[in-house]
Design a protein around this ligand. Structure first.
Ligand code: ATP
Ligand code: MG
Length: 558
């Protein structure tokens, strides 16, 4: 990461805590954070918030951030997700200091569990999961102690070792912490620490048939890595006493500080892995990397620059209160970023041919076009002009009102970087559809002006018919029509039917095919676009619309 982005980072309550930790301890110790995804799905924009926070803090404080796969649950995880998560974190612009799997710590976690048993702090419970659930009590009522709660240390140790050795079937018994069945915090009512699961684990194979629960594994994994600040989302606030309890009982060499922050909830999107998976299963989107998905891979394919996503995560800030962020904030961040950086090109998405009758038939000339209207340092390119060009169908109107400043019969319009043209005739097919226009041009107006200074209000884009490249263009828009689709009983009814419009036969400026494949362009007057990397496209290039030029949702008040 460049230091530039670190110094720009706005402060937040977590940074303030770290600042005061450093100030009060006078410590020169390193700040160590971690990003701990469960490899059971692809990362999404919510994870990006956590990544930017954890890695961003490590960058700012000259500390470290580890990537740790929280793979304590053997049946759910898949190798594919591990690789995808690594790719996504890297693409977002971060290097982890160390890569770990919680499963690496299974031996140590097991030893710690025996230590808890030896200290009389954990016991083997033979009750079923149902019974444990039933006796847990409620917020108003204390729980009931298990009949197995007062087993001797010797008995517990023997049972736990037999659990590990495979003497019991799944669910026959569990290891529980011995805390307080009357605690007002339900998480402290003798939580389960280990369960039996005869399942193969993708990292440890068949070595284990007992697996640690999240709350037990997470705090100790943090200790193993010397994490100083363990940042997690608000729903874990009630788990913090358990986090601290485990570490206190074991007198661990360090005691990471758990700090909770609000999850990111984005309007017009869903970020639950289960719901995202459902969209794929039902064929509503083409996969995890469908450009309409709020996944990191979807945003990458859509053409969102990683720096814009990082910037968005900084802008929304980090708070202790759950709130919903407007989709417009993300889209505007992308738009602003691209406005500054995307080279301009000409493209016609819905072409209508114009034949310029007074332009020499075989002639072709090169016109200079600026790559960015406000940034001369972006340089210029030459675009080809000839007798036949394409303009956007929308830029022509046969019976135009007075205020229509684009092309219509008898009216003059400026072609961007080229000449003034006047429409002289409209050619229609037998069904009455406009198929072609005839026009004349003013040779004096080369470059966009004339000596007589006559007023031409409209400027439209175009491409030379002879030089154009055919392309398919995917016009992406928001996947949902309503700001809070996750609250609906039926998510389907919230889908935006126009979230993808596919346009064939689009005409692109010829130089585009030579430009770097992962560059984002502004197609003038149309929006920002990038080449799609899908393999099915064949010879015809496919461009994705990253984002429109303006926020039509805000304007429409949708
Ligand atoms: P899901 O409930 O969809 O499975 P999760 O929170 O369980 O999501 P993890 O893979 O466990 O997903 O998350 C890894 C890290 O990313 C955690 O520290 C988690 O708190 C954080 N995270 C996940 N979703 C969000 C979100 N929407 N906003 C902020 N942080 C998030
Ligand atoms: Mg999870």
């Amino acid at each position: 990461m460049s230091s530039e982005s670190a110094t720009d980072t706005p402060s937040n309550f977590i940074r303030s805590i770290i600042d005061s930790d450093i100030a009060t301890s006078g410590s020169t110790g390193q700040v160590i954070t971690r990003f701990p995804p469960e490899p059971n799905g692809h990362l999404h924009i919510g994870h990006a918030k956590s990544i930017v926070l954890n890695f961003g803090i490590a960058v700012s404080y000259a500390g470290r951030c580890n990537l740790r796969f929280d793979d304590t649950n053997p049946s759910k995880e898949e190798h594919e997700y591990i690789e995808a998560i690594k790719r996504d974190v890297t693409w977002l612009g971060y290097d982890w200091y160390e890569l770990h799997f919680a499963s690496e710590y299974f031996d140590g976690l097991y030893r710690f569990a025996e230590q808890l048993i030896q200290g009389g702090k954990a016991y083997v419970d033979d009750q079923s999961a149902d019974e444990i659930h039933q006796t847990r009590g409620t917020l108003a009522e204390p729980g009931t102690e298990s009949p197995y709660r007062n087993r001797s240390v010797k008995q517990n140790l023997d049972l736990f070792r037999r659990m590990r050795a495979g003497a019991f079937a799944d669910g026959e018994c569990v290891l529980r912490a011995k805390i307080d069945m009357a605690s007002p915090n339900l998480n402290m009512r003798d939580p389960v620490l280990y369960r039996i699961k005869h399942a193969r684990h993708h990292q440890t194979g068949n070595k284990w048939c007992v697996y640690p629960m999240y709350d037990y594994a997470h705090c100790l994994s943090d200790v193993m890595e010397g994490i100083t600040h363990s940042l997690c989302t608000l729903e874990f606030a009630d788990h913090r006493p358990l986090y601290d309890w485990v570490l206190d009982q074991l007198a661990t060499p360090c005691h990471p500080q758990q700090i909770e922050f609000a999850r990111l909830q984005l309007e017009y999107a869903i970020t639950s892995k289960r719901d995202l998976n459902m969209l794929i299963k039902k064929g509503i989107v083409s996969g995890w990397d469908d450009p309409r998905m709020p996944t990191i891979s979807g945003m990458r394919r859509r053409g969102y620059p990683p720096a814009a996503i990082r910037d968005f995560c900084e802008r929304i800030g980090v708070t202790k209160k759950d709130s919903t962020i407007e989709m417009g904030v993300l889209e505007n961040t992308v738009r602003e970023y691209l406005n500054e950086r995307a080279p301009r090109r000409l493209a016609v998405l819905n072409p209508l041919k114009v034949v310029i009758e007074n332009y020499p038939e075989v002639h072709e000339e090169l016109l200079e076009a600026a790559n960015h209207p406000q940034k001369p340092e972006f340089g210029v390119r030459n675009i080809s002009f000839s007798r036949e060009i394409y303009i956007e169908r929308d830029d022509f109107m046969e019976d135009a009102p007075k205020k229509f400043f684009r092309l219509s019969p008898g009216r003059e319009v400026r072609l961007r970087f080229a000449y003034y043209i006047t429409c002289t005739a409209v050619i229609k097919d037998p069904a009455g559809h406009i198929v072609e226009l005839r026009a004349t041009y003013d040779p004096e107006s080369r470059g966009g002006g004339t000596a007589d200074g006559r007023k031409v209000r409209g400027t439209i884009h175009w491409v030379s018919a002879k030089q154009a490249v055919d392309a398919r263009v995917n016009l992406y828009d928001r996947l949902f029509n309503t700001p809070a689709p996750w609250t609906a009983d039926d998510i389907h009814s919230q889908l935006n039917p126009d979230s993808l419009r596919i346009l064939q036969g689009c005409k692109l400026e010829v130089g585009l095919s030579r430009d770097a494949a992962d560059t984002a362009f502004q197609f003038e007057r149309l929006g920002y676009f990038t080449l799609d990397h899908a393999p099915e496209s064949g010879d015809t290039p496919v461009y994705n619309r990253i984002i429109s030029l303006r926020d039509s949702w805000a304007k429409a008040g949708k």
